[in-house]
Design a protein around this ligand. Structure first.
Ligand code: SF4
Ligand code: SF4
Length: 140
């Protein structure tokens, strides 16, 4: 169980392929509103956020990016890794309009675990996609 009251820095990781078209607005909106995958984040607490993509299949660059970010945050602002949380975008984690979930999802989660940063799933939750999930048209 991730204690979100202790988190100060959110890293939203998004699908690089989807981001070739998507500006990421709905992820940003969900974070701003603390809705969807961010609904458990304390509303009253200010929190830094950075958005990045996986850099393309198979997502291996996530390890390098997070390692450098973790080092920089510690060195420049003394922000410890325990205060950081990764949030994987819904276009990676969910069956949706774009495609089924990322085929490398488990691999990417393993990379994040190896960097030692907590990882949560989902950002924007689309109501129409939720309906399709309930109807069984989308698998998750
Ligand atoms: S979850 Fe939606 S808004 Fe966020 S990057 Fe993916 S497609 Fe774009
Ligand atoms: S590894 Fe997954 S999240 Fe990254 S570009 Fe490929 S399909 Fe998208």
């Amino acid at each position: 169980m991730v204690d979100l009251t202790k988190k100060e820095y959110v890293v939203v990781i998004q699908c690089d392929i989807v981001k070739q078209r998507c500006p990421g607005y709905l992820c940003e909106k969900a974070f701003h509103e603390r809705s969807g995958g961010f609904s458990e984040y304390p509303k009253e607490k200010a929190c830094r956020v950075i958005y990045m993509t996986c850099s393309g299949c198979c997502g291996r660059a996530v390890h390098r990016k997070l390692t450098l970010l973790k080092r920089s945050l510690k060195k420049k602002e003394n922000i410890d890794k325990d205060k950081i949380v990764v949030q994987l975008s819904s276009c990676m984690t969910k069956d949706n309009y774009h495609a089924p979930p990322c085929p490398h999802l488990d691999y990417i989660k393993t990379l994040i675990e190896r960097v030692g940063i907590d990882c949560l799933e989902d950002t924007e939750i689309n109501p129409k996609s939720e309906e399709k999930r309930k109807e069984g048209l989308y698998t998750n």
